[in-house]
Ligand binder design. Sequence first.
Ligand code: BES
Ligand code: MN
Ligand code: MN
Length: 454
Amino acid sequence: MESVVGYINSNKEKYVEELKDLLRIPSISTLAVNKNDMITAAEFVAGKLREAGMENVKIIETKGHPLVYADWLKAPGKPTVLVYGHYDVQPVDPINLWDSPPFEPTIKDGKIFARGATDDKGQMYMHIKSVEAYFKTVGKLPLNVKFIIEGEEEIGSGNLDEFVNKNQEMLKCDSVLISDTSLYGPGIPTLTYGLRGLCYMEVVVTGPNRDLHSGTFGGGVDNPINVIAEMISKLKDNNGKIKIPGFYKDVVNLTKKERENFKRLPFSEKQYAKALGLKVLKGEKGYTTLERVWARPTLDCNGIFGGFTGEGAKTVLPSKATAKISMRLVPNQDPKKIAKLFTSYINKIAPKTVKVEISDLHGAYPIATSLDDKATLSAATAIAKVFGKKTVFMREGGSIPIVVSFAKKLKASPVLMGMGLNTENLHSPNEHFNLNHFQLGILSSAYFLDEYSK
Ligand code: BES
Ligand code: MN
Ligand code: MN
């Protein structure tokens, strides 16, 4: 390990320069204008895997954005680790709130600012540098390693899911190593053992066949925006309980032990509220904030539009209104089942005065991983060594759609060894990644491979 660690520590600046090159590529998966940038990013990742010393590096075309695969399988009898990450990023809007341009990586106070810095280019890149350190020093890896890096995580991983179904032998492994989550706090070695799932729905309400003068027609017809607002208000009660019949049926409740473990983590509701510019928090009655965001399902409106939204006033009755509604799910809720329940409830409460169309945009299954499997224990030991502290276990409110497929179809245990922070503005303006955690992450990856090979 000494030479590997030495190599990592003496190449810090080179790593940051390379990461900057990756961050300059505007690989926004959801926007058609960035289609070529997705190919550029995939080629960049493939090139770096090749330079690092990985073998069988290939770019795999899909119906959407390409996958990048690589392997090194020359450690017979040793376990195989599949490293997963994503090179796609979220859109940058609202662009005027960025202090430096999102695709011109800028370093300030030991942090690198750019879209994708923490989610997930910076975190994914750590593992490429960790295998490189092995190849450039000891000339080999302590176990077998495969990489699968995708470009569609932020849009639901549909094509990777299909690829996993059809290529189980190619991706076969004992554990999946993923850095796409957060540390509990700066400098705290953390493993995440639960992710929430997601059910993302769109509701379009159509009233009159065109926008109408709100004086001439106002009072005579129903208004799609009013209707959508009324329907949204019927989705949750005052205690934050979701009113869709059957919604909670499959929810696995928190155990007493888990609630105690959550309570042992340092957490201040006051500081949490203050950091968000809030006076009071709000959530499901009977649960703490950590329980609400990690282990309870939610329903939220993500966007609502229709009618006149420009400057000033325009007297108009909208013909159409749209709401985008997401539900975060917990084990053992099923996004497909929840989409059906949501659809029938909306249809039931929809008035006859309008037409309502509901679509299921995408989803993700929730997951809770086992805490006592060998890969998880190796990771806990590895990061405790690197950070010089005891490893903390947490759950996470966000989702990584493909993790459940890996667990179920490849029968491999996921290790969620994230190095981000929830304060690093992922999906927001001024996204950044702490460069100290970037370096510790490369070391953690190297130590994990070593620990797990024993
Ligand atoms: N890396 C995140 C998931 C995440 C968020 C982990 C916060 C830890 C903390 C991932 O890239 C993500 O944003 N997932 C989406 C999935 C969706 C688009 C299907 C999410 O959770 O909204
Ligand atoms: Mn991510
Ligand atoms: Mn993301």
